[in-house]
Design a protein around this ligand. Structure first.
Ligand code: MN3
Length: 208
């Protein structure tokens, strides 16, 4: 992942049409090429004349936000968060996804939620509970899986929790296909979750 200024919008690791019929091609195109691109362009513009910030990785910018110059802090959090969260979201999708995780991740879900179905219900409820725009996240905290929600483009980075999976519940992620029916979008999203990637993320979380 190209993680330093100047940030680049990497192509999706699949075609725009790959998530049909669960996430429509137009949404995938606009979400990646317009919404994410705007966050990348804004972040590059903010950092353009601030060389010492250009040396910080995306995660460092988000983790050390409190130490950033006050006049840039909110813009960097919003736009850097928009880059981080969207990359995580798009990498968390796969046209070969869906079903349920395997390996260490399913074992941990059974330990921490009882069973996969209980996790799914709880994650869906969390995604529906986000008021306005934001994300639901599956994270590792203190060695356990936890579900959290974050508003707007806030990220898990400054919370010192380790992210495994996220779902974008901003309306732009689903409105063209699902209109106001966020619950149907969440159900459809479960068909294209890249559990292989989530499992890799989980392994990295527990190894570190
Ligand atoms: Mn989005």
């Amino acid at each position: 992942m190209q993680d330093y200024y100047r940030f680049v919008n990497l192509p999706l690791p699949y075609s725009y049409v790959a998530m049909e019929p669960y996430i429509d091609v137009q949404t995938m195109y606009l979400h990646h090429d317009k919404h994410l691109q705007t966050y990348i362009d804004n972040l590059n513009r903010i950092l353009k004349d601030v060389p010492y910030l250009q040396k910080m990785s995306l995660e460092e910018l988000l983790f050390y936000a409190d130490e950033l110059p006050e006049e840039l802090r909110t813009q960097i959090q919003n736009n850097g968060g928009g880059v981080y969260n969207h990359r995580f979201y798009f990498n968390g999708l796969s046209d070969k996804g869906g079903d349920k995780p395997t390996g260490h991740l399913i074992t941990a879900m059974e330990r921490d939620f009882g069973c996969f179905e209980a996790f799914r219900d709880k994650f869906k409820a969390a995604a529906l509970s986000v008021f306005g725009s934001g994300y639901a996240w599956l994270v590792v905290s203190g060695g356990r899986l936890r579900i959290i929600t974050l508003s707007n483009q806030d990220t898990p980075i400054p919370l010192s929790v380790c992210p495994v999976l996220n779902i974008d519940v901003w309306e732009h992620a689903y409105y063209l296909k699902h209109q106001n029916r966020r619950a149907e979008y969440v159900d459809d999203w479960f068909h294209v979750v890249n559990w292989k990637r989530a499992e890799e993320n989980y392994r990295l979380c527990i190894e570190n």
